[in-house]
Design a protein around this ligand. Structure first.
Ligand code: PGA
Length: 240
């Protein structure tokens, strides 16, 4: 795993956006795996700006998001679809048919999970999977547990994640307790992985990520099994 540390969050975000830009310019029909959360907001801002400046084109790009809360519709302000629409979709020329987010309101979740992984495979797999990391080491909504699921699946969120995400809701009681997420297998199948880590609250898990130990109690450590991972950190997260 390659690690790059940046003085500031802004520098890290600009670098991440440039990586996406380079990929899309080299492969106009690139398949991107995308995260939500506070960390990637700066990257999306840079991408929108670069698109407006004519530096990149999403005409033939396909995106697959990592996860979605169960029970929230696309127009719910805390749904990940809504977040993506605000941060990316509305600002670039992605075709609606090339935008994919697991559905949090499917009538048959088993079928939804299967068809999500099948769609990724049908597109030839993910070229660049961009990830954030939870303070508990989760990637997507793959929460620390004794056993992790490989494929896309539904999951109960841990108390720690519900608490960490309560900042986006009016009250902690409004945070959904379940989600649908790409599994660690779906993530590790990506050709390249880019992880963004920002802020002092991530110092502990970020250190474990490079410890050499692999444990399902910190799902991010499984990334050590992948041959092409770049981790971008700001100095606050690195804590060196
Ligand atoms: P954050 O979330 O970027 O809002 O810290 C990251 C995550 O939970 O994956």
């Amino acid at each position: 795993m390659e690690k790059k540390v940046f003085k500031t969050y802004e520098e890290m975000s600009a670098y991440a956006a440039q990586m996406v830009c380079d990929l899309v310019n080299g492969k106009p029909n690139a398949v991107l795996g995308l995260p939500t959360g506070g960390t990637p907001v700066g990257m999306y801002e840079n991408i929108r700006k670069m698109y407006q400046e004519g530096k990149m084109d999403f005409e033939n790009v396909t995106t697959f998001n990592l996860d979605e809360y169960l029970g929230l519709t696309h127009d719910h302000p805390q749904s990940y679809y809504y977040f993506m629409n605000q941060n990316l979709y509305s600002g670039v020329n992605l075709k609606p048919e090339n935008i994919n987010i697991p559905s949090g309101t499917a009538s048959d979740f088993e079928a939804e999970c299967k068809s999500y992984d099948a769609k990724i495979d049908a597109k030839g797999g993910i070229d660049l999977m961009i990830l954030g990391i939870g303070p508990n080491g989760h990637i997507g909504f793959n929460e620390p547990a004794e056993i992790l699921s490989g494929p896309t699946h539904t999951v109960d969120l841990t108390r720690e994640t519900i608490e960490a995400n309560a900042r986006f809701f009016d009250s902690i009681d409004d945070v959904p307790t379940k989600a649908i997420t790409m599994g660690v297998g779906s993530i590790l199948k990506a050709k390249k992985i880019l992880m963004l880590v920002s802020g002092a609250s991530k110092q502990k898990v970020a250190k474990e990520l490079f410890s050499g130990d692999v444990t399902t109690n910190n799902p991010s450590t499984l990334l050590q099994l992948h041959r092409d991972v770049v981790v971008l950190m700001d100095e606050a997260a690195d804590g060196q």
